[in-house]
Design a protein around this ligand. Structure first.
Ligand code: ADP
Ligand code: MG
Ligand code: ZN
Length: 601
């Protein structure tokens, strides 16, 4: 509405300016020449004048040749008296057509006023604009404390059907749906309706989706706000936004408030430094106060999501607050297939597309990753100007999501290519001959993302737990690349730096987190703490002596050394297979699982 007014004002201004210019211009053309009374008398004497129109003191004169002049006379005296005073004879006067018109001033009005009107209008417009601007600032200041929570629209409604897998989470949340639908049933039995539910799960596992589904199932309004939206530059805003949000929600009851990424405000209080910290604390306190203030009649349930359970303030988890916790796991192979099926809807696929195979190939993928895989496949297909998505495209997009896009332009020299081939073959051969390592699914020397080549090993089934042997073999596989370079190319490259980093990290967590090293014993070393000071910083607190630190370093080196030795042994024992794999790689650039199994058989 305001915009319409604004547009109208602008339009009007422009119009007025154009009109003004036009009228000035046209006035100039029409304006007749002026003559003084002496000249007029002269012309009358010469019988050049046809008619004179008298408008008050102004004389509009028409000459015999049709042209116009104007002149002025003194007020008070009539033109005839004036002319005879000048000595014009009565016959000559009577021959003139004399008419007396209206006072000129009244016809003078609009066109002559415009030049004054325009600037005035212009200034008024300016003032008006400025007023509006100031008002805008005021308005913004007024809405500052409002929550800005978005009310989900009812059209794109999500229900539990749109969420694949997560069976237990759905069961837990089904209860919440019933609380929202028929609270009286529970109240009659004296049960207290839970106020807060915390959804815990890694990014992309569908926390946001599930909470939307709860609202959709219960058919109640859904207020959505992200934890970070509470905290702004100004102190006190967070708390007032919380107040506003809960006020709105209570009006709309029964309803759901969903606070996404609650760890942004719900971090442990009293840790960290910096100004934003107080603000967070106040916001969190306000949330807790509001939740404590719910009585049995307010049927508002607060859902909150986080992937950082460990940093949450214990006060949030107390009974009467977020005492219910729903854990959403990474999807297993069956869930992945279901998720893929949901997202395959509306995407035309060839008959041979086997989503089960895709699910097998994507352990560790979250629901969001899987949705992304199918989306990438659709995009790739469209870019190839094809109408139907093929299996290859889908498998290709898995790698794209996992490792980044292919870099066809990143052309390796033949020597680099050969080194990469040996490197990847080394990983693959070591993985194949070690019992606890994951089987090889694909080897490629096409660069993707930051890697020059890649080997994909996938477990036969999803693993929830890892054994000591798994870690030992994984380290050997990681070192296989570097050892193959050393044995076959007699030089080592930078291509292995990421492998070494990962192997070292495994060795470290084996000792410090899992207590799997016998010399150092069954305990953990170090405590991870998060400091909030000028941004985020993970900081490890040492809870062990310098001497222990030395032994840890020593043991880490030992593990990596041992891994290198066992990798070297395996590669030396299977030189023949290595050469075969490398020659195929040099020719075709990629080897799939079946072909690899044949080559090493
Ligand atoms: P989170 O909030 O846990 O980070 P989201 O709920 O935002 O994750 O999920 C992102 C997207 O991933 C969803 O919009 C949906 O398309 C997809 N997705 C995730 N989990 C599932 C699932 N279990 N079923 C179907 N789609 C899912
Ligand atoms: Mg989310
Ligand atoms: Zn490598």
């Amino acid at each position: 509405m305001k915009n319409i007014f604004k547009n109208f004002a602008v339009f009007f201004l422009v119009f007025a300016i154009i009109a003004a210019i036009f009228s000035l211009y046209s006035n100039k053309i029409e304006k007749p020449e002026e003559m003084n009374l002496g000249q007029l008398v002269q012309e009358i004497q010469n019988e050049q004048i046809k008619s004179i129109q008298v408008k008050g003191n102004q004389l509009d004169i028409t000459l015999n040749d049709g042209s116009n002049r104007i002149s002025k006379k003194e007020s008070g005296e009539s033109l005839t008296t004036l002319l005879s005073n000048y000595g014009v004879s009565p016959e000559k006067i009577s021959r003139l057509e004399l008419t007396v018109g209206e006072e000129a001033n009244s016809t003078f009005s609009f066109s002559s006023l415009l030049p004054f009107l325009i600037p005035a209008l212009f200034i008024l417009g300016m003032i008006w604009f400025m007023m509006r601007q100031v008002q805008g600032v005021n308005n913004r200041a007024m809405t500052f404390g409002q929550s800005g929570a978005k009310l989900a629209d009812q059209k794109t409604k999500v229900t539990f059907k749109d969420v694949a897998g997560a069976k237990e989470a759905k069961e837990d949340l089904q209860e919440i749906v019933e609380f929202l639908k028929s609270p009286q049933k529970f109240l009659d039995l004296g049960a207290k309706i839970p106020k807060g539910v915390l959804l815990l799960g890694s990014p992309g596992t569908g926390k946001t989706l599930l909470s939307r589904a709860v609202a959709g199932e219960a058919k109640v309004p859904f207020f959505h706000i992200s934890g970070s939206e509470f905290v702004e530059m100004f102190v006190g805003v967070g708390a007032s936004r919380v107040r506003d949000l809960f006020k709105k929600a209570k009006k709309a009851s029964p309803c759901i408030i969903f606070i996404d990424e609650i760890d942004a405000v719900g971090r442990q209080r009293g840790s960290g430094l910096g100004g934003s910290h107080d603000e967070r604390e106040q916001t969190l306190n306000q949330i807790l106060t509001e939740m404590d203030g719910f009585d049995n009649q307010t049927n508002v349930i607060v859902l909150a999501a986080t992937n950082r359970h460990d940093v949450l303030d214990p006060a949030l988890l107390r009974p009467g607050r977020f005492d219910r916790q729903v854990v959403i796991d990474m999807p297993d192979i069956k869930d992945r297939e279901e998720i893929l099926n949901i997202h395959a809807k509306g995407k035309p696929m060839q008959k041979n597309v086997d989503l089960k195979r895709v699910a097998q190939r994507t352990p560790g993928f979250s629901g969001a990753d899987l949705a992304n895989v199918l989306n990438e496949a659709a995009i790739m297909t469209a870019r190839k100007n094809e109408k139907i998505i093929s299996q290859e495209t889908v498998l290709d997009s898995i790698e794209k999501v996992m490792l980044g896009p292919e870099r066809k332009s990143h052309i390796l020299s033949d020597k680099e290519k050969k080194t990469t081939a040996y490197h990847e073959a080394g990983h693959a051969v070591v993985a194949h001959y070690l019992e606890h390592a994951d089987p090889v699914h694909k080897i490629s020397i096409i660069s993707r993302g930051r890697a020059a080549g890649y080997t994909i090993n996938l477990p036969e089934e999803d693993k929830k737990m890892h054994s000591y042997e798994d870690f030992i073999d994984d380290m050997a596989v990681l070192l296989g690349g570097r050892m193959a370079e050393k044995i076959f190319c007699h030089e080592v490259t930078t291509g292995a730096s990421n492998d070494l980093e990962r192997a070292t990290a495994i060795a470290r967590s084996l000792i410090t987190q899992f207590g799997m090293n016998e010399k150092l014993g069954f305990r953990t070393f170090g405590k991870k703490e998060e400091m909030v000071f000028l941004g985020k910083e993970i900081h490890e607190r040492r809870d062990y002596s310098e001497k222990t630190a030395e032994s840890i370093d020593h043991e880490i080196s030992n593990y990596v050394q041992q891994a290198a030795q066992s990798a070297e042994k395996i590669i030396r024992e299977h030189k023949e297979q290595m050469e075969k794999i490398v020659s195929v790689l040099m020719e075709k650039e990629t080897i799939e699982k079946e072909e690899f199994d044949n080559l090493v058989a």
